[in-house]
Design a protein around this ligand. Structure first.
Ligand code: SAH
Ligand code: SF4
Ligand code: F3S
Length: 409
């Protein structure tokens, strides 16, 4: 039996893509293994959003060179966003790569496998990688924005929304396989529109599928959160009360130079509207964009205070070849490091405060183990009693400790 080892870097879209690629390998007779040593195929699904992410994926190739030398019949598949960016240069530098399949090629992955001549034993095993309680469902590929720092549109291409019917079939299949929570995925996921189906329609439809207890989504873009959207979903308790809403900067001037399409004020308005429907908000922030002054950075700090994010992922700006911002003069690294430190210090207290604020509230918890689960707002909750994994309970919260809530159940 051919065994495949999978290493996935990057965002949840890559996790979903790895699932999809595995399904094609499985239907050609491959079985999943977590152990590289016993594998015959290594699939690396890569990210290139920051230089560091790409570097990690490419470094892994060094290890795989030795792995392949041990048994030359082994197969290496290099896929995803870094594969898309580096393309042919990879084959020259790493001649031992068997298949290079960029992120834009995912829809043709099956043909790529067949064309390679390496998989001539048709198998019947079409099961997917066990994604546990959360089923990841891609609803759109690519991105139509052109944020000046970002390489994603160039490696993923323009937006293509998947047909609603296919999405519902995919989610229903994952629910039948045991998923209780469905996570809808896209780079600007809330821009989804397919014929007459809007993103709000889709969320409501997925939430009604048998077995689906909760629907999440990532990453939305602030400009698509309209009053109409909130009106359409606000009474549906199955839509999780957590939104990951990347802001990138708190300075309107920097946001304009980043080409984000909103101002600080518009972003804060969206945050207030989402909060009024009970949504808990996390974000992404970039520090040290080339034109970011000390004052701009202070605006980011004050926005973090005003928005009261529940969590924030903070990144040092990383120039990506071919993007407009890559032509701008970089700020000195020590400034980036200083700003990141200051921001991280501020952010550290945010989760604790958000968890403390839940004491006394009633939460609906989806159990991910017998006595620990996640509330709709994405808080971790520890229960007193034990429950079957995958069940949903309602409980009040008696205390918070760091990033854990304790239930009174
Ligand atoms: N589509 C999402 C983000 C996708 S990329 C959105 O628009 O919100 C994930 C995160 O990586 C971004 O939110 C941003 O914070 C970060 N990122 C993207 N390009 C970057 C770069 N060149 N340098 C540093 N961080 C970057
Ligand atoms: Fe990148 Fe902007 Fe598209 Fe997000 S919206 S993927 S940051 S270009
Ligand atoms: Fe990385 Fe590609 Fe996702 S660049 S963040 S894996 S879309």
């Amino acid at each position: 039996m051919t065994k495949v080892f999978i290493q996935t870097y990057g965002c949840q879209m890559n996790v979903a893509d790895s699932d999809e690629m595995f399904a094609h390998l499985a239907s050609r007779g491959a079985q999943y293994t977590e152990n590289l040593d016993e594998a015959d195929i290594a699939l690396i699904n890569t990210c290139t959003v920051r230089d560091h992410a790409e570097h990690r994926a490419v470094s892994f190739l060094g290890r795989l060179a030795a792995w392949k030398q041990e048994k030359p019949g082994r197969v290496i598949i290099f896929a995803g966003c870094a594969a898309q960016r580096l393309g042919k240069t990879l084959q020259k530098k790493y001649p031992f790569l068997d298949i290079i399949s960029g992120a834009k090629e995912i829809e043709h992955f099956a043909d790529t496998l067949d064309a390679s001549g390496l998989f001539n034993a048709p198998g019947k095993d079409t099961h997917q990688l066990a994604s546990g309680l959360t089923g990841y469902v891609t609803i759109m590929r690519g991105c139509n924005f052109a944020c000046s720092y970002c390489i994603v549109p160039s490696v993923r291409g323009p937006v293509k929304c998947l047909p609603t019917e296919d999405i519902l079939a995919d989610a229903a299949q994952k629910a039948r396989a045991g998923a209780k929570e469905i996570m809808l995925l896209g780079q600007t996921v809330n821009a989804y529109q397919f014929e007459n189906t809007s993103f709000a329609d889709l969320l409501n439809q997925v939430s009604r599928l048998p077995g689906v207890e909760r629907v999440r989504f990532t990453s939305p873009h602030p400009i698509y959160f309209t009053p109409e959207f909130l009106e359409a979903i606000k009474d549906n308790p199955k839509i999780a009360r957590h939104v990951h809403l990347p802001v990138q900067s708190g300075s309107t001037k920097v946001l304009q130079e980043m080409k984000r399409g909103y101002t600080r004020e518009i972003f804060l308005e969206k945050v207030r509207a989402l909060k009024s429907c009970g949504f808990n908000i996390s974000t992404d922030i970039i520090v040290g964009f080339p034109t970011e002054t000390e004052d701009d950075f202070k605006e980011t700090l004050s926005l973090v205070d005003e928005a009261e994010f529940f969590a924030a992922y903070c990144f040092k700006y990383s120039p990506r070849q071919g993007t407009p911002a890559a032509k701008m003069k970089l700020l000195p690294q020590n400034i980036l490091e200083e700003r990141l430190d200051i921001l991280l210090n501020k952010v550290r207290g945010l989760s604790d405060a958000a968890y403390q604020a839940q004491v006394g509230s009633v939460q609906e918890v989806l159990l991910e183990s017998e006595n620990k689960g996640r509330a709709s707002g994405n808080f971790w909750v520890k229960t007193r009693k034990s429950y079957p994994v995958g069940s949903v309970i309602k409980t009040s919260i008696e205390k918070a400790d760091g990033t854990l809530l304790f239930a009174r159940d």
